[in-house]
Structures are given as structure tokens and as C-alpha cells.
Design a protein around this ligand. Structure first.
Ligand code: GAF
Length: 409
């Protein structure tokens, strides 16, 4: 198992140098500053964020770096070393929500959201370099949003704290880009710290840094990027979210977070008696509302159980909880796919302590908790199983809990 995925190997200093150099090549001057924001994996707590629930992400070493300078004339110029095409030029006064407008909609949405919030943000020149895999369920979008928000926060002296930056980045994605994501990814990019997982209450954004020192325990957390491109904008994510909201309405709670685990049997019985929420979903609406509710309520409980194990210093004991989380996402929430299931099943059969898909689903990545001495063997077993099934080769690398967004220079 390689130490990190491709570009991630080289660390942030190489990406930083490439961003500074790229900025000079594109705009003909040195940038005023350089900022970084990471991708993430979520240890447990999937689709709970938009149900006001609990999540436990950690930042990856893979980052998006922005080299940026303010502009006095209100023009926003955006360029990416990783995207085809030249400079995207926009007038900040003319920014309007632009669903489906490509990568530049994410940073443009940040400028729009900051200005909508009444903050004094003008133009900027920005050049990006990134080592966060895209479409892999590792939050490349949130990294792009948060690094842009942090750069503008500094360039324009906005004084925003990290949770506020995360909220504004989420608003940019919801209202400008048009994807109804929750708050996890932006908060992970903004607030994670090295050596920790971030326990976040998505209702009020209270947070706790939970020590997660895998190396000291002789463990490794592997990311298996299935290379099945995941797309949150295709409607299935929005459909799951709408189903959860109708479940909460039917149960008379503000959000599914308010259904206690101990009351789950009564809640399910009540949904089974309500038209439209019982076991037989209307055609084309995805899983039954009762099944969505069961996933969310049990998943919030699993996050609390994982936290309890970590607080007790029993990292190995979280393995079965991760695996149970995968079964729930596969069977109740119906957002896994053949490649994710194969990665999880093969890793477990090869001796992993636990494994699950991570992120929004429908492709993207799985994570595998393993003894460090078994990681190589498990990675090889997964790669072989993918080849035997005729799937393209997965990219496998360790998730090392890394730093959140920061200014580099
Ligand atoms: C995506 C979303 F962006 C997050 O808000 C979260 O809902 C996640 O899917 C599922 O847990 O990453």
C-alpha cells in the first residue's frame, strides 16, 4: 500500500510551490498569499448531517491550494491547474446562481454567498492546484469552496470564524451551485486538525477534536477509491434528503435527529401505518421512508458508540460499527454500488477489522480499518477482486488524519 495517493505523496509544499508558480505564469505577478484546504473521509455518520445529526470526519493530507490576490476593480478571475480551459472571468456584481456551471461555480458561489451576507468582498485573481481526487467522495468541492472562502476572508479582512466560513460555503453550494448538501464537508475542511477526527453536531456545529492516532496503535485506515465517479447533483441525494424530511414531518419532529434510538421500533410502526411512509414506496421515489428513517436513527447511534469506544482508547472495537454502518447504507439507504460492496466484503474476508463506504454514495470511496501489518495483504486482495470482477483498478492509500484549512504563506 502506497503512503498516499499519487500527488498526495508529495505533500502540500510541492502543491504550494506549483500554485505560486502557476499564479505567476497566469497573472504575471506574485500572489498576495497562499491558502490550503483538505479533502476528507468520514469515519462514520453518513447522511446524518442534513438530519441535524452527528458526523465524525477526518481531513486527508490531500489538499487544494489557492494562490490569490485581491483586485480593486470588482473582477473575479479564476484559473485551475487541473481543469481544461483558460481563465474564467466574472464580474462580482453580475454573479447569479448558476446550477451546473462547472468547477468555477464553486469559487464564484463563495464570492456570491459572502456578498449576499453583506460582507465587503471585491474582486480577486485566483489560481488553484489540487491533490484531492475529484468525484471520489472525498470532498474536493468543499476543499475548493473553503480554500476560496479562507483566502477572501484574509484578503478582505472579513474576520469570519471557521463555523461561519463553513456555513457560507454550504450556502454557496446549496443556493449557487444548486446541490442540497449538508454541513459536514465544509466543516471538516475548515475545522479538522492533525491527528484527530472531528466529532460534529450538525444541528448547532458544536465540535470536539477526538484523538485518532492510528500509527501509535499499529493500525491503518485505508481509502479505497473505486474510481466509480460519484455525482451528488444527479437527484438521488436530493431524493434521500426529501425522504428523510417527510419522515421527520410524519413523526412530528424537527429533524430525524430528534428520534431517540430507544424509540425506533415505535417510530417505524407509526410510519408503517401512515400512507406514503410505510414499507411500499411510491414508484421512482427511492427506498421507503421507514427504511431511510431506520438508517438515520441507527447511524446517529453508531456515531455515539464509535465515540464511546475512541474515548475509551479502544480503536479496534470500532471495526464492527463501521461494518454495520455499511450494511445500513447498502440495505436501508440504498446508496452503495457493486464496487463499494466488493471492496468492503473483500477487505473483511482478508482480515480487516471493519469497512464501509464513505461519503455521499453511488460510487466514490470505501474505507477499511486494518492492522498495519495486514494492510498490504488487504489492499492486494481488493485489487485482485476488482480485476477478477472486471472493474477498473481501485486506488488504495492510507488516510492519515491531517490539518484543516490554513494560510500557507
Ligand atoms: C456528501 C454531502 F456533501 C455531505 O453533506 C453529507 O451529506 C454526505 O454526502 C453524506 O454523509 O458528502
Amino acid at each position: 500500500v502506497r503512503t498516499a495517493a499519487g500527488e498526495g505523496d508529495r505533500g502540500v509544499s510541492t502543491t504550494q510551490a506549483a500554485a505560486a508558480e502557476g499564479f505567476r505564469a497566469v497573472y504575471g505577478a506574485a500572489p498576495e498569499g497562499l491558502w490550503a484546504a483538505p479533502g476528507r473521509v468520514n469515519l462514520i455518520g453518513e447522511h446524518t448531517d442534513y438530519n441535524d445529526g452527528f458526523v465524525l470526519p477526518l481531513a486527508l493530507p490531500h489538499t487544494t491550494v489557492a494562490a490569490a490576490s485581491a483586485r480593486p476593480d470588482g473582477m473575479l478571475r479564476l484559473h485551475s491547474g487541473g481543469a481544461d480551459g483558460g481563465i474564467v472571468e466574472l464580474r462580482t456584481d453580475d454573479l447569479r446562481p448558476a446550477p451546473g456551471a462547472g468547477w468555477a461555480a464553486y469559487p464564484a458561489g463563495i464570492v456570491w454567498a459572502l456578498r449576499e451576507a453583506g460582507l465587503p468582498v471585491g474582486g480577486a485573481d485566483v489560481h488553484y492546484e489540487s491533490t484531492v481526487p475529484t468525484g471520489a467522495g472525498l470532498s474536493s468541492s468543499a476543499a475548493l469552496e473553503v480554500v476560496t472562502a479562507l483566502a477572501l476572508n484574509d484578503l478582505y479582512g472579513l474576520g469570519l470564524d471557521r463555523p461561519r466560513l463553513a456555513r457560507l460555503a454550504q450556502r454557496a453550494e446549496n443556493a449557487f451551485v444548486g446541490v442540497p448538501v449538508g454541513i459536514m464537508d465544509q466543516t471538516a475542511a475548515a475545522c479538522c486538525t492533525e491527528g484527530h477526527a472531528l466529532f460534529l453536531d450538525a444541528r448547532d456545529l458544536t465540535r470536539r477534536q477526538v484523538p485518532f492516532d492510528l500509527a501509535a496503535e499499529g493500525l491503518q485506515l485505508l481509502v479505497v477509491d473505486t474510481c466509480v465517479q460519484h455525482e451528488l447533483g444527479d437527484g438521488a441525494y436530493a431524493q434521500r434528503r426529501a425522504g428523510c424530511e417527510s419522515g421527520a414531518r410524519a413523526l412530528g419532529v424537527r429533524a430525524l435527529r430528534d428520534v431517540p434510538y430507544a424509540h425506533l421500533p415505535e417510530a417505524l410502526a407509526r410510519l408503517d401505518d401512515e400512507p406514503g411512509t410505510g414499507p411500499a414506496p411510491a414508484p421512482g421515489t427511492g427506498p421507503a421512508v421507514r427504511d431511510l428513517v431506520r438508517h438515520i436513527v441507527t447511524e446517529n447511534h453508531r456515531v455515539e458508540e464509535v465515540i464511546a469506544r475512541l474515548d475509551a482508547g479502544e480503536i479496534r472495537a470500532i471495526g464492527p460499527l463501521l461494518t454495520a454502518g455499511h450494511a445500513s447504507l447498502r440495505d436501508d439507504f440504498a446508496i452503495s454500488c457493486a464496487e463499494l460492496d466488493l471492496a468492503v466484503d473483500t477487505a473483511l474476508a482478508a482480515g480487516a477489522l471493519g469497512a464501509r463506504m464513505t461519503g455521499g454514495g453511488f460510487g466514490g470511496s470505501a474505507l477499511v480499518l486494518a492492522e498495519r501489518t495486514a494492510a498490504e495483504h488487504i489492499g492486494t486482495a481488493v485489487t485482485k477482486a476488482f480485476a477478477a470482477a472486471g472493474h477498473i483498478a481501485p486506488r488504495i492509500f492510507p488516510a492519515v488524519p491531517s490539518a484543516g484549512a490554513r494560510r500557507l504563506a
